[in-house]
Design a protein around this ligand. Structure first.
Ligand SMILES: *Cc1c(COP(=O)(O)O)cnc(C)c1O
Length: 475
C-alpha cells in the first residue's frame, strides 16, 4: 500500500474543528482507547480478506478506494455526523451539497436545474423514474438490454411497465428496435445509458433525441458510470452523444463510481426545476431555488449522510470538475489505458484474443473473448462436442483464475457470441435478454489513472496466464 496521507491530514484538521467548539464545557468520552485498539486490530485482520481494489493490478470490477482527501473529509465530518435531510441536521454540509451538486450540473452545462445527492445510483435512478411516472403514469419505460438491471426492478416498484430494447454488437441500444417500440405510442420514458455497466458502451443520445421530437417521450440519461467522461474528448460516436447530454430531461451520475467518493454517493439532476412540485405539493416553484432549501424536501430519502457531501465538496475543491484539469486528466489516463489494452488484444499475433467486433471501447472498459478455435488447443472431439462458445467460456474462467494467481484481478461478463463476429447475423430477437448464444468473456474496468502506466505489467500477467491455460507455457 502507498504511504497514507490521511492520518496526518486528519490530525491538524481535527484540531482546527475542535477549536471552534472549545468554548463548550469539557466532558470525557466514555470510549476506552485500548479496547478500541484491540477491536481495530481485529477489523484490520478481517479486512485483509478483500481483493486489493486500491492496487493497479486490480483491474476487474468498478471498484476503487476514494481519493485520500475524500476519505479525510468524510472522517472529519464523522466527528459531527451531519444529516443532510434538513438544515437542523447539517447546516454546513447542506450548503456544501448544494455547491457540489451545482458543480456536477455544470459538467452538463446546466445552471438552472433541480438536483441533490442520493445514497446510490439506484436511488438516483429511482427518483428520476418516479418523476417520469408522475408525469406519464400510464406510459411505459424502455431501456436497452444493456441498461442497468435495476431499471426493470425500479419500474416494477413504481408500477410502471418496462420493456427491454435489443442492443447492437457494440452494446448500444438498437435504434431500429427502439423505433419499433416507440411506434406503439405508449412509451413515456426512454432510459439512455451513457456508459453501460458491462461494456462502458454509450447509447446514441443524439439520434434518440431526434426521435423525441417525433414521438414525444422523456429522456432519462443514466450516466451513473460514464457521466464524468463529459469532461474529456472521446471518439465518435460517443463524442456525439455526450455533446447533447444537456438536452436530457434527467441525468444520474454516481460520484462513488468515477467521482473518487466513498460509497453512499449518487446524484440525480432534473432539467426542469418545477418537477420539485412532486416532492412537495404546496410549495411554489420559487421555494426550490430559495436560499433556505431543506434538501429533504426535494429528496425521496429522509436521512442522508452529510459526510458524503463534505467529502465530495472537498474532492471537487481540490480537483475541480473542468476539462483539462487534474481530475479530467485522470479520466483521460483511464481511457488511454483501455485503448492501449484494446490495441494489444487486437494486434496480438497469436489470434487467441477476440475483442468486440464493433471496435474500440467508448470509455475505459475493455471486454474480449477467448478464441477456442485455436489449433494449438488441439481440442478433442469431446471438447468440440460441448461447443465452441462453451469451450471459450471455460477458457475465460480458467484465465481469470490464472491471472488472479498472478495478482492480476479481472472480471467476467456474459455477452452474445454474435458481437464478436462481424459476419454473424444479428437478430434482435436473439438478444442477450433471451439468453441465446451467450459466451463468457473477460472484462477489465481500467478506472484508475495508474492503469495506463501499469499496462505492460498487466499485459505480461495476462499473456502468461493465457499461455499457461492454453498449454503453451514453458518456464
Ligand atoms: C452502477 C450503475 C448503476 C447503479 O448504481 P449504484 O450506485 O450501484 O446503485 C446504475 N446504472 C449504471 C449505468 C451503473 O453503472
Amino acid at each position: 500500500m502507498p504511504h497514507d496521507p490521511v492520518p496526518g491530514l486528519l490530525s491538524s484538521a481535527t484540531e482546527m474543528l475542535e477549536k471552534q467548539f472549545a468554548a463548550l464545557p469539557a466532558f470525557e468520552s466514555a470510549a476506552d482507547p485500548s479496547a478500541m485498539a484491540r477491536v481495530l486490530e481485529d477489523v484490520a485482520l478481517k479486512l485483509g480478506d478483500n481483493y486489493p481494489y486500491f492496487h493497479p493490478l486490480y483491474a476487474g470490477q468498478m471498484l476503487r478506494p476514494p481519493h485520500p482527501v475524500a476519505r479525510a473529509a468524510y472522517a472529519l465530518a464523522m466527528t459531527i455526523n451531519p444529516n443532510n435531510h434538513a438544515r437542523d441536521g447539517g447546516r454546513a454540509s447542506s450548503e456544501m451539497e448544494i455547491e457540489a451538486v451545482r458543480q456536477i450540473a455544470g459538467i452538463f452545462g446546466w445552471t438552472e436545474y433541480l438536483g441533490h445527492l442520493t445514497s446510490s445510483g439506484t436511488i438516483a435512478n429511482l427518483e428520476a423514474l418516479w418523476v417520469a411516472g408522475q408525469l406519464a403514469p400510464s406510459k411505459r419505460v424502455v431501456g436497452s438490454e444493456q441498461a442497468h438491471y435495476t431499471h426493470r426492478r425500479i419500474s416494477a416498484v413504481l408500477k410502471l411497465e418496462y420493456a427491454s430494447i435489443a442492443a447492437d454488437r457494440g452494446g448500444r441500444m438498437s435504434m431500429e428496435a427502439l423505433e419499433t417500440e416507440l411506434s406503439k405510442g405508449d412509451v413515456g420514458t426512454v432510459v439512455v445509458t451513457l456508459g453501460t455497466t458491462a461494456l462502458g458502451a454509450v447509447d446514441s443520445l443524439a439520434e434518440i433525441l431526434a426521435l423525441r421530437s417525433r414521438y414525444n417521450f422523456r429522456v432519462h440519461v443514466d450516466a451513473a458510470y460514464g457521466g464524468y467522461f463529459r469532461l474529456i474528448s472521446l471518439s465518435e460516436p460517443a463524442r456525439r452523444a455526450y455533446a447533447v447530454i444537456d438536452q436530457a430531461d434527467s441525468i444520474v451520475v454516481d460520484p462513488h463510481k468515477h467521482g473518487l467518493q466513498p460509497y453512499g454517493c449518487g446524484c440525480v439532476l432534473f432539467r426542469d426545476p418545477a418537477v420539485g412540485r412532486f416532492y412537495k405539493h404546496d410549495s411554489p416553484y420559487t421555494y426550490f431555488t430559495s436560499k433556505q432549501l431543506h434538501l429533504g424536501e426535494i429528496s425521496l430519502e429522509c436521512s442522508r449522510a452529510g459526510a458524503s457531501a463534505v467529502a465530495l465538496w472537498a474532492t471537487q475543491r481540490l480537483l475541480p470538475l473542468v476539462p483539462e484539469g487534474e481530475f479530467a486528466h485522470g479520466l483521460a489516463h483511464s481511457r488511454r489505458a483501455a485503448l492501449d489494452l484494446d490495441r494489444r488484444l487486437r494486434e496480438d499475433k497469436s489470434g487467441r484474443f477476440q475483442p468486440l467486433a464493433a471496435g474500440a471501447p467508448d470509455l475505459d472498459i475493455v471486454v474480449w473473448k477467448i478464441n477456442a478455435k485455436m489449433p494449438e488447443l488441439h481440442p478433442t472431439d469431446k471438447d468440440l462436442s460441448v461447443g465452441i462458445p462453451k469451450l471459450s467460456s471455460g477458457l475465460a474462467q480458467k484465465i481469470f483464475s490464472a491471472c488472479a494467481a498472478r495478482d492480476l484481478h479481472l472480471a467476467l461478463v456474459q455477452l452474445p457470441t454474435a458481437w464478436f463476429d462481424p459476419d454473424a447475423e444479428l437478430n434482435p430477437q436473439n438478444c442477450a435478454a433471451n439468453g441465446a448464444g451467450l459466451v463468457t468473456c473477460l472484462r477489465s474496468v481500467l478506472m484508475k489513472p495508474e492503469h495506463e502506466a501499469w499496462m505492460d505489467r498487466i499485459w505480461e500477467r495476462l499473456t502468461m496466464s493465457c499461455a499457461e491455460v492454453m498449454g503453451e507455457y514453458r518456464s
